[in-house]
Design a binder for this molecule. Structure first.
Ligand SMILES: [Zn+2]
Length: 262
């Protein structure tokens, strides 16, 4: 079994999203609140959605736990202002949020019902819940927190999500794993020359491209340098040193065997 350290996951379906990799911090890029559509006049009380059901571009009601929270100062067209940003979680998923209702102090690990919060969808289909000045916030008393803890399984990841721990078995290690050459400019993998014809030189990098299976489903996963060194128990400079040694074949073979775990 390979227990992965904190890494980010994207959904198992679809070509470009079929990848475990690092994605940008969504809550750092929230839309200008003035560009959001107006909320419906009376928020639907009945239609409570779970975090896995959030529909993009809509105002929704959802009951979730605040997992993490910070206050950040932002500069926008109206000058500098404070907002809350953080992560919300229920038993189905977790989603980043920003709150423009700074007058309502949220508390970490408390559960709230948010009525009429806006679901913003990014290009990569990840979502951000936006608590606007008009969102109604009701603290909920919850006895059983298990309803508000998500245990990630590959099949339950329907949108990109950051900092997710998955546990599973690496079933395949793809050929483009190991020490790779990366373009200094666009960071593309280089075989003969940069596919974008940058001509800016290259540097060594370490990656393991593989498939992770966790019983519920499987997904493509790329272990980036630090995690890959951890799994291989060799750091990048040790690997580069051995490539200059007489027997170069050692590197790829050894890498292939050490990462093809049962
Ligand atoms: Zn390039």
């Amino acid at each position: 079994m390979v227990a992965l350290p904190s890494s980010s996951a994207t959904p198992p379906n679809g070509k470009s999203r079929d990848l475990l990799q690092t994605i940008p911090q969504q809550e750092d890029h929230y839309p200008d609140p003035r560009t959001l559509p107006s909320p419906p006049p009376s928020p639907e009380l009945k239609s409570q959605l779970t975090l896995s059901e959030l529909s993009a571009g809509k105002y929704v009601s959802t009951t979730t736990r605040v997992v993490f929270l910070r206050t950040v100062e932002r500069q926008d067209a109206l000058g500098s202002k404070l907002i809350f940003s953080g992560i919300l979680e229920d038993s189905t998923f977790k989603v980043p949020f920003v709150s423009h209702r700074i007058s309502f102090p949220l508390i970490r690990n408390c559960v709230y019902r948010f009525r009429s919060a806006y679901v913003h969808e990014f290009q990569d289909k990840s979502v951000l819940l936006i608590i606007t000045e008009n969102t109604k916030i009701e603290p909920r008393n919850v006895e059983d927190y298990r309803e508000f803890i998500w245990t990630p399984k590959i099949e339950s990841i329907t949108r990109p999500v950051r900092n997710t721990n998955l546990q599973g078995v690496i079933t395949t290690v793809h050929r483009n794993s190991g020490l790779v050459k990366r373009c200094n400019n666009c960071k593309s993998l280089i075989y003969d020359s940069c596919p974008n014809k940058c001509n800016e030189g290259w540097g060594w990098d370490l990656r393991v491209s593989c498939r992770l299976y966790d019983g519920s489903g499987s997904m493509k996963m790329v272990l980036t340098k630090d995690i890959a060194s951890n799994v291989l128990q060799k750091n990048l400079s040790e690997l580069i040193l051995s490539i200059t040694a007489p027997n170069n074949a050692y590197i790829n073979n050894n890498l292939y065997q050490s990462s093809a775990l049962p």
